[in-house]
Design a protein around this ligand. Sequence first.
Ligand code: BES
Ligand code: MN
Ligand code: ZN
Length: 471
Amino acid sequence: MACDALLVVVAGDSADAVRDAAVKNALADALAQGEFELKRGKTVYLHRPQGLEATRLVLAACGAPTPKSVKAAFAAGLAALKGGGSQHVAVVVLGAGDASAAQAEALVAAASDATYVYRHTKPSAPPAGALEKITLLAPKGAAKAVAQGLARGQAIAEGVTLARELANRPGNHCTPSFLGAQAKKLGKQFGLKVEVLDRKAIEKLGMGSFLAVAQGSAEPPRFIIAQYQGAPKSQPPVVLVGKGITFDTGGISIKPAAEMDEMKFDMGGAASVLGTLRAVAELKPRLNLVVLVPTTENMPGGRAVKPGDVVTSLSGQTIEILNTDAEGRLILCDALTYAERFAPACVVDVATLTGACVIALGHHHTGLFSADDRLANELLAAGADALDPCWRMPLDEEYDEALKSNFADMGNVGGRAGGAITAAMFLRRFTAKYRWAHLDIAGTAWKSGAAKGATGRPVGLLTHFVLAQAG
Ligand code: BES
Ligand code: MN
Ligand code: ZN
């Protein structure tokens, strides 16, 4: 086979699974020289290895062969090849049983991650390498599972890339109208029904809470309704709702200047539900999916909503806006009420909702909130399968107390304590008519610091969840 690099992932702590004589020799030598250890995270790069056709050989140890450690070994192996000229890498996993669908999927995810470069507003960004093609070597018996894993991985990778691309775009490029146009484009590409409502249409619906956030911005809001139909119309759809704040200044309750630029990522929920829609449309499962995105900027200004203002949501419930920076829940609540009209099988909203969630869970687990145990368990399982994990948080009635207001049915904030939970409790008040879960992705949707950028999470989790609904 004409590959110019071979990546061998070795699972476990023995080299017994290695059969090929040239690889066996290289491995034994690297181990003997202390260049390599069969320990998770270790890699070694060998140039022009003796007896092999490939120009480069990378050995990557993964320790116990869990999907997570195999994926980490793929990533480490590809990183070791980065900067070299490899165009076609052949990959084999030894000592972990037959190649599985999960392994194949993880390989595509790792490869996509290793090659993504944001360049829309930085065309000068250097390419991640020359990598063009990856081949996964597997026994004939595993071919079907591997092909399935590759297809799923490919669809998810395209969805993740779309989500990253949308979220990485600055606020002056990625406006509500831009997101609307992107949804329309997806619709054209995949034959989906996509409607994009403007301010007038949103007013006509009576989304007073959403409009209160939008009123401070010169940039017009949009409400996106996108539908994938893979089953008869009579089948209740899964509904995904994504927070689409294209820039969050905080409004009149303005945020401090430091790191405010990162609030361009406040449409990460919207990006991830559109990315999931793309992945699902590509894989064509037998189910119906509806994606809803309320999208606007949150700006201060002469017409902006003020602390103390009371607005009427689409549900009829009134809200005292005590803090204009708690705007995500104000746009989501009207979208959640709108979701009722689809008589959904379930509704999952996805939002970069609270700084409190970042404090609670950090950057590895997405916050999961649901009063429905079955739905919560399905989302936990989907996260585990996709290596895109979430962690369940409480949602007991006691937390509702904090939202009491003397001037409206509820306030929009509940104080600092348990801030991620009271935010979820606010949303819960709009979800009585269906099974519902909320994902707070404030800590997982993007990275800060030197590697600043969108992660594309939780497209993997959501795609696995939606596909599992097809049975
Ligand atoms: N978009 C932010 C949440 C956020 C903060 C995400 C930091 C990622 C990092 C949200 O609109 C917000 O401002 N939430 C407030 C809520 C508070 C006013 C109750 C927050 O978390 O401070
Ligand atoms: Mn905010
Ligand atoms: Zn926000």
